[in-house]
Every structure is written in C-alpha cells, then in structure tokens.
Design a protein around this ligand. Structure first.
Ligand SMILES: C[S@@+](CC[C@H](N)C(=O)[O-])C[C@H]1O[C@@H](n2cnc3c(N)ncnc32)[C@H](O)[C@@H]1O
Length: 268
C-alpha cells in the first residue's frame, strides 16, 4: 500500500486547523499519528499530498470533509465505568444524600462513544428509583455520537459493568448480533447525545448537578482549559460537582470551584 509522507508545513497546517476548531494541541510527536489517521482520506480522494487534502478540508462545509477530519484527529478511547472511584463518589456522596425531587441532570461533556454516559445512567436508575433524572451527553465528533446513540457495543468492551447492571440494563445479542450487547431502551431514552464543541459558546443547555469532563483536558493548553472551565462552571448548579480525569489537573484554572477530593470539584 502507498505510504504517504507529511511535510513539516503540512503537519503545521493540520495542527493549526485542529487547534482553531477544537482547541486540541498536537505536539510534534503526533506526526506519525496524524499521517496514519489521514492517509485513508488521501487514498479515498486519490490525492498524492497532504496539502491537497488540507485544501479540500478548509474549502469544505462544516458538516462535510471538515467534520471528517475533526473526527479523525480526535482520540476517542473510552470504556464503561472508567475510573471507578468517580462512580463510587457519585453513588455514596451525591446520590445517597440527594434531598430535593427536581430532575437530577448530569452532563457527560466529552462523551465519545457513550460508555461514560450509559455507566452514569445505570447508576442513576439503580439509585434514584422513581426520582426524575436525565443525562445530556456531547462530543465534538459526529462519528462517535452516531455510535453512542445506537447504544450497541461489542461484548469484549463491557468488562467494567457490574454483573447486576449487565443483567438489568444490557440485552445480549443473538443470531447476527451474537457477541454484542444493546443498552436497554429505558436507559437510552433518558440519555441524549448532541454535538457540542467545548471551545465555542455552549448555548442554552440548562444547568447540571454533575458534569463529567474526563480525559479531554489533557488535549488542551492552559488558555483553552481556562476558557472551557469558565464556561462549564456557569453550567453547574450551585454546589454542583465537576469530575475530571485522574491524570488531569485544574492547576491555575479552578476559579469558582473548590476541591472535594483530587479530581472532584464543587461549585462555590
Ligand atoms: C478520550 S475521549 C474521553 C471519553 C470519556 N470522557 C472518558 O473519559 O472515557 C475524549 C473525547 O473528547 C472529545 N473532544 C476533543 N476536543 C473536544 C472539544 N473541543 N469539544 C468537545 N469534545 C471534544 C473527543 O472527540 C473525544 O471523543
């Protein structure tokens, strides 16, 4: 198969493109990754250079090749009940002490293919019984959102799901769907997936009791992080909680938040 080489100037063009659109900060080490992810588009269009592909991307509509390039340049790794301590905290410290009866709203703010949002949904359903709740989940990549809405996963991806939740909320595929599982419709109906670019104004999405913003801050520089945290704090209810990934930090950008435990913050 034809191997393409990216020049420094072509790499810099894509680097500026993804920084301007998504805030993602690609280091020089990401050159091989960018080359391998975009090469299939060069083949698709029978282009010889990354410059030709870049020209097409910038000339295309937002929902055309530009979105495809964004989809390819984002990293979407995720899994069910990732970083279990957060789910323990949500269960024992937040849900167990819930007093008021208004709709409990959670935002999975960089949801990728939906495993995080459905993990939260399983816990809310199990803990809240008939109390109202809903989950808003969002991502910049339209490809992962399409997958998330289906709620249909390969069985080898379900390791983190507790056994009783597997029984209660997941339908095992049979026949053509052997080796897959489908998240129960009752849960899927309470989770909505919408495109949101965290770097842009967020619009009217309401306020949330809890926001999960995990494993996405690592891609941003300090300036972008500060902007995003400021916008998210505005979307938290007073006393609402923000969760970030265990390898991430809010050092220097946590205005309006107090630390509860490492990686869990509360709006002051
Ligand atoms: C590694 S996944 C994290 C998924 C999940 N939160 C978790 O912790 O498992 C990071 C996600 O952030 C999304 N993302 C990157 N930049 C974004 C932006 N500016 N706005 C919204 N989502 C973004 C990517 O598309 C990707 O799906």
């Amino acid at each position: 198969m034809l191997q393409f080489k990216i020049t420094d100037s072509e790499f810099n063009s894509f680097r500026s493109f993804i920084y301007d659109h998504a805030g993602i900060n690609l280091s020089d080490e990401k050159k091989t990754l960018v080359t391998s992810r975009l090469s299939k588009r060069l083949r698709h269009y029978s282009f010889n250079t990354f410059q030709e592909y870049f020209d097409l991307v910038v000339a295309s509509a937002q929902d055309g090749e530009r979105q495809t390039a964004i989809d390819l340049l984002t990293t979407n790794e995720t899994y069910f009940f990732r970083e279990p301590k957060h789910f323990e905290f949500l269960e024992k410290e937040i849900l167990a002490n819930l007093k008021n009866r208004k709709t409990f709203r959670v935002w999975s703010a960089a949801s990728s293919t939906g495993e995080e949002a459905y993990s939260i949904a399983m816990l809310l359903d199990a803990m809240l019984g008939l109390k109202p709740w809903e989950i808003f989940a969002s991502d910049i990549s339209s490809r992962v959102l399409r997958k998330a809405r289906q709620g249909h996963y390969l069985q080898n991806r379900i390791d983190g799901i507790p056994k009783e939740f597997l029984r209660k909320y997941c339908l095992k595929g049979v026949g053509d769907n052997e080796g897959t599982l489908l998240i129960d419709k009752k849960l899927r109906q309470k989770v909505s997936f919408e495109p949101v670019n965290l770097k842009r104004p967020l619009g009217d999405i309401g306020l949330f009791e809890v926001i999960f913003l995990r494993n996405v801050l690592i891609y941003f520089d300090l300036e972008t992080k500060a902007l995003i945290i400021k916008q998210l704090v505005e979307k938290l209810q007073p006393d609402g909680y923000l969760f970030i990934g265990h390898s991430e930090s809010l050092k220097g950008v946590h205005d309006g938040l107090e630390t509860v435990i490492p990686t869990v913050y509360r709006k002051i």
